[in-house]
Design a protein around this ligand. Structure first.
Ligand SMILES: [Zn+2]
Length: 685
């Protein structure tokens, strides 16, 4: 490795997700899952580690989303902050603190940084001409100006980019520009802004970067190309009414640029974490101490901000640690194509969690992590990895060992006798595993760590086969006991070694080994020497990894294919508040239905399967309401159903229609019903 200076503590951050939309697999694979694996490992190593993340809640995309929906920016960020925080928790992201940049602490911390740099004379002020909407009485951010693209003639191009041809634009290039707010022609008006002269800080940034070791070549390569071009002055303020106010007199209507305030979110969230711990000064130990190892996990689109701009701010301030490493990931594609949120060409965490188990996804994403180049999520490969690796190797070994111990040794650990060559080899494989896997994780080589881990499970499965305990149980019971003792020892070690990547399964496997303790509180290094005492009572044997069937992933593949078949530039999902015509509305057939039967769907704790009656017609539907309604409580209830929705398969079960329900930000769910009794089959207009 060679990068580990003698640090006393580790501060890990994941890029703050933007609170104007939900999280998808590409996000998870880039900045969150690798960080979570790294942090879980460091905790097991008993290191002092704090993991910080939170919502990035400022910036123009949020004000635009708010305009479109006719709500306040605060309402937008409140919704997505809550949703994204909940989604991350479901996927086991073990943040010590998940903050948000709209918090008073963040505003205060960002303003202090601005004042500090301003007082030191770091900034320069510039007067410039900007487009102004007199009716709305505000300066227009680039995104708020629309007009004809000078390159392709697309009439709806934005002031920063044409979404038709992809050209980068400036608002003054647009032909016949208008304000997106009022439709008026904007006028030029003088405004004044603060700039950080990055060129003047470039030498210090380069000197610092020269001391970095163990950085990924793709990260350093991108950084060098920015530096070779030479850093320019960059505005840290803008005219907008949403964000952190510029804390100076005569700066009304001016806020900090979101690129400037967002990374400060790591500091403000650490402050809030320290307050929650009852030790408000504790954040300084992590941020203002040279023996802290600061690691930023990000996607490659964030490299320039975390490797150049934020460090430049911190260098100019002078009293903060700088990142030891920024192990940025490349991008994740989906079924051979780029992810697209506007076209809904993505797998959203919230949707995935409704239908599938979490650990198989963590496993597959870690196995294909885009560490040095872009990688591709393929549903079929996800299923194969689950079935042939998690289920057939790791799960099978654990289950056959525990089942054998249950049947032949009354569910207890038999005594270990004399060892043969294979026994010794297996024990030494286990003893070497924590250091080998650990070294890969320390080096941000999560794919390699996973291969090394699976090799231990493979070796254990082979050891079981080679020692043939089902044969020796009759011929040589002492040898059989030794074999099982070592297999159980391997199961125990694997339960702990899987904890960083497969946290939910690790807890399950640990309980199956008969431990009442928390696997995530154990010590990684104990794997080298931990023993299960002879006679130790094992726990209940359960299936560790469920085998999946093709029919479960078919609808997912189908959905993506359909989107891919749509013409370009046409968002598949309409904005929720976009107007629709009466003809479009008439296409949706809503009908009253009576629930005549309801039951839980096996192995899917959120799904209910229901038979519904609509006049003469009976149909089956599947809905994700099992956490909110018991099957018994539903029978006889009248609900509203979208009757002409294309049939779909959910977990392989046909669903022919969709029920309507309301859900609030807290996740409370209520089925839509009727306030007077009406016959089932009645249409809703
Ligand atoms: Zn264009």
């Amino acid at each position: 490795m060679g990068t580990m200076k003698n640090y006393k503590r580790i501060l890990v951050t994941s890029a703050l997700p933007y609170a104007n939309g939900p999280i998808h697999l590409g996000h998870l694979a880039g900045a969150y899952l690798p960080a979570d694996i790294y942090v879980r490992y460091q905790r097991l190593k008993k290191r002092d580690v704090v993991y910080i993340c939170g919502s990035d809640e400022h910036g123009v995309p949020i004000t635009i989303a708010a305009e479109k929906k006719g709500v306040s920016p605060q309402q937008i960020v409140d919704q997505f902050h809550a949703r994204n925080k909940a989604a991350f928790a479901k996927f086991g992201m073990s943040f010590d603190y998940y903050g948000r940049t709209s918090s008073p602490m963040h505003h205060q911390t960002s303003q202090e940084m601005f004042i500090n740099l301003n007082d030191k004379g770091v900034f320069i002020k510039k007067t410039e001409q900007q487009l102004y909407d007199a009716k709305a009485r505000m300066f227009l951010p680039d995104r708020y100006v629309k007009g004809e693209c000078p390159h392709c003639g697309f009439p709806e191009a934005y002031g920063d980019q044409c979404e038709k041809c992809g050209s980068s634009l400036s608002p003054t290039e647009l032909i016949n520009p208008i304000s997106a707010l009022t439709g008026d022609k904007p006028q030029q008006k003088e405004t004044e802004h603060w700039y950080i002269p990055l060129g003047a800080l470039q030498k210090q940034v380069e000197e610092w970067l020269a001391t970095r070791q163990g950085w990924k070549p793709n990260v350093m390569g991108q950084v060098k190309s920015w530096l070779n071009e030479g850093l320019a002055d960059r505005a840290v303020t803008r005219d907008l009414n949403w964000g952190v106010q510029v804390p100076l007199p005569h700066a009304e209507g001016k806020v900090l640029y979101v690129w400037f305030d967002a990374p400060i979110g790591y500091i403000s969230a650490t402050k809030e974490w320290a307050m929650e711990k009852g030790n408000p000064e504790l954040w300084k130990t992590y941020w203002q101490n040279d023996d802290t190892r600061l690691v930023h996990f990000i996607g490659k689109d964030n490299i320039v901000f975390h490797c150049i701009m934020f460090p430049a701010m911190l260098i100019a301030h002078g009293n903060y640690v700088l990142p030891d490493n920024v192990p940025a990931n490349e991008f994740l594609n989906l079924e051979g194509n780029k992810l697209s949120t506007s076209r809904n060409y993505a797998v959203w965490l919230e949707d995935y969690a409704e239908k599938f188990d979490i650990d198989p996804l963590r496993y597959y994403l870690a196995a294909i992590a885009p560490e040095t180049k872009d990688s591709d999520f393929v549903w079929q490969e996800y299923l194969t990895r689950n079935n042939s690796e998690l289920a057939d190797i790791l799960g099978n070994f654990t289950n056959r060992t525990l089942a054998f111990a249950k049947n032949q040794f009354t569910g207890t650990v038999p005594a270990r006798g004399d060892l043969d060559e294979l026994d010794r080899e297996m024990l030494s494989t286990i003893a070497r595993a924590p250091d080998e896997i650990g070294a890969a994780i320390e080096n941000f080589e999560f794919r390699k760590a996973l291969v090394l881990f699976m090799n231990v499970a493979r070796a254990a499965n082979k050891y079981f086969n080679d020692q043939e305990p089902w044969r020796t149980v009759k011929q040589n019971p002492a040898k059989c006991a030794t074999t099982l003792n070592i297999c159980l020892h391997a199961c125990n070690a694997l339960a702990l070694l899987m904890a960083p990547v497969l946290p939910f399964s690790a807890a399950k496997a640990w309980a199956m080994m008969g431990h009442a303790t928390d696997v995530h509180q154990q010590a990684w290094d104990d794997v080298r020497h931990m023993e299960l005492p002879t006679g130790h009572q094992l726990g209940r044997v359960e299936i560790l990894f469920r085998k999946m069937e093709e029919k479960e992933i078919e609808p997912e593949i189908e959905r993506l294919k359909n989107i891919q078949a749509q013409p370009d530039n046409k968002p598949v999902v309409a904005e929720p508040t976009a107007s629709i015509s009466i003809d479009e509305l008439a296409k949706v057939q809503l009908r009253v239905a009576k629930i005549v039967a309801a039951e839980k769907v096996e192995k899917a704790d959120k799904l209910l399967k229901m038979d519904i009656q609509m006049g003469d017609e009976q149909r089956q539907i599947v809905a994700g309401i099992a956490l909110h309604y018991s099957p018994e409580a539903l029978i006889g209830k009248k609900i509203i159903v979208v009757a002409n929705l294309q049939p779909a398969k959910i977990r392989g079960i046909e669903s022919n229609g969709m029920l309507l329900a309301a859900q609030d930000d807290q996740g409370n769910l209520s089925l839509l019903g009727l306030d007077k009794d009406v016959n089932d089959g009645a249409s809703v207009r």
